[in-house]
Design a protein around this ligand. Structure first.
Ligand code: URA
Length: 481
């Protein structure tokens, strides 16, 4: 009998090295025994360490499906899993398609155990509950968890991605995982009393669970299969379950007999069809103020869903100059007004330098909703695509129809696309008046945010001068005094 000593219960690297050597040496599964370092007593076994290089030309290839199965199977708690893994490996040389024979008892046993491991990993992701503590490095969130199988290392990267900005530790009887905001490390087994037992976040979980519990949909058996009892002791919300279950029938009766509560506005918003071009069909705008009202119901493209509000153009109806930007930014989205953030400040200064009074200009954007993506607490600007610009041109056309400016100045390529209905080249086309398909006249210039983003001081100064120069030209062409 050959005994292989693995460094730990999940030492997959050690197991792979050992079995290659066993396989090459022709040691049959019945003659190999796997133990872990902690369980070896001196002299009891004919011990063979797992480490040791395999000669390259003796190595042989095993199917990837086997390696994937084995990588998960080793995490199962069944003590004979190492033997099963080696038995499958042994048989693969003569039966290369073995892993596809689902009726084979070894393959079926392996598949069943892998399923259990996946389920344990899934439960761990769902039922780990962090509680707040403080250590020398500040705030740390600590959770105690007893996974059905040894899935700590498998699931830890999930928590690192999900809670990347927190410092946290997960303690389990198999080992511990720690995240410091940068790196994931693993340590020896933890104890339940090393983790805090209660904190105020507990109330949050209980309130959340109680509010999502629907007594009319109670299926006790299904609930216990999704949230097995073995996890209840570490789930703050589990203490509510017996009471909620007991009162479910009465609560259902009350729910049925009471008038339904008003719909949740945010939920309705998310459920509404994302795009509905007919949302603007009924609007006949006699004035820019009508546009302002109508814009809040716009569903012409999906951007309305994540924006605070639509930002309509602003300025006198009789303005001779219309300036078109790209889309509202973070500040504009919150304020409901165009060009009030940092790019607006650059524009204001350039307007003043060009001798243009902002209050006499009609200022608007090609796209009326803020397109962005969340990054932590920030909302990062995303450039609208051609489809969104096209969908939103409906609003710009209305503004053009009502204001009838003598000149439209487009700031940047997105505005140029909206105004000219083609993709312009700002650098080569700026400085010359362009006739638009609807008979208006347009000028192109740089976007103030482009000026703001120039990393080099001298380049920024030149870009700013170009913007002022184009604004001066716009002033003349629009006939402003
Ligand atoms: N950038 C734009 O294009 N428009 C705004 O309203 C603000 C920033």
């Amino acid at each position: 009998m050959r005994t292989i000593v693995l460094a730990s219960e999940t030492d997959f690297t050690g197991w792979k090295t050992a079995v290659r050597r066993l396989r090459i040496a022709g040691v049959e599964p019945a003659s190999a025994r796997f133990v872990t370092a902690g369980s070896v007593q001196d002299g009891l076994f004919d011990v063979d360490g797992a480490a040791g290089a395999v000669p390259a030309d003796d190595a042989f290839v095993v199917p990837r499906a086997f390696m994937e199965t084995a990588g998960d199977l080793i995490l199962h708690r069944a003590p004979d899993r190492f033997d099963l893994m080696y038995r499958l490996l042994w048989r693969l040389r003569d039966e290369p398609d073995l892993m596809r024979v689902v009726s084979d008892p070894d393959v079926a046993a392996a598949a069943e155990r892998v399923k259990n491991v996946h389920r344990a990993a899934h439960k761990m992701k769902a039922f780990v509950r962090f509680r707040e503590t403080r250590d020398a490095d500040g705030e740390r969130w600590v959770a105690w968890f007893e996974p059905a199988h040894r899935v700590l290392e498998k699931t830890a990267p999930f928590f690192a991605r999900r809670f990347s900005t927190m410092q946290w530790s997960i303690l389990t009887p198999d080992g511990t995982a720690h995240w410091d905001g940068d790196a994931l490390t693993f340590g020896p087994p933890g104890r339940q009393d090393e983790a805090p037992q209660e904190d105020e976040v507990e109330d949050f979980w209980r309130t959340y669970y109680a509010s999502t519990f629907n007594p009319a949909r109670l299926r006790t058996r299904m609930m216990q299969s999704e949230m097995p009892k073995r996890y209840w002791k570490n789930l703050p919300e589990a203490s509510l379950i017996p009471g909620l279950v007991a009162s479910a029938a009465t609560r259902t009766e009350v729910m049925v007999s009471e008038p339904s509560p008003p719909p949740n506005e945010k939920f309705q918003r998310l459920r509404a069809p994302t795009v509905d071009r007919s949302s603007t069909d009924d609007l006949v705008a006699a004035d820019p103020a009508d546009l302002e009202r109508g814009l809040q119901n716009c569903r012409r493209c999906p951007l309305w869903r994540d924006a605070t509000q639509g930002v309509c153009g602003q300025g006198p109806r009789e303005a001779r100059l219309m300036i078109v930007g790209e889309q509202p930014g973070d500040h504009e989205d919150l304020a409901g007004q165009p060009f009030v953030g940092p790019a607006g400040q650059v524009l204001d200064a350039a307007l003043a330098e060009a001798g243009i009074d902002r209050s006499g200009v009609y200022l608007t954007n090609a796209v009326k909703h803020f397109k962005h993506e969340p990054r932590g607490k920030r909302r990062l600007h995303k450039t609208p695509n051609a489809g969104e610009v096209q969908a939103c041109r409906w609003w710009l056309d209305q503004e053009r129809r009502l204001v009838k400016p003598r000149l439209i100045l487009a700031l940047g390529a997105t505005a140029g696309l909206a105004v000219l209905a083609r993709k312009p080249s700002i650098m080569t086309e700026r400085g010359a008046v362009i006739d638009t398909p609807d008979g208006a006249r347009a000028l192109l210039t740089l976007h103030p945010a482009f000026v703001l983003r120039m990393p080099d001081l001298e380049e920024r100064r030149r870009a700013r001068m170009a913007l002022v120069e184009d604004l001066r030209m716009a002033r003349t062409e629009a006939g402003l005094t």
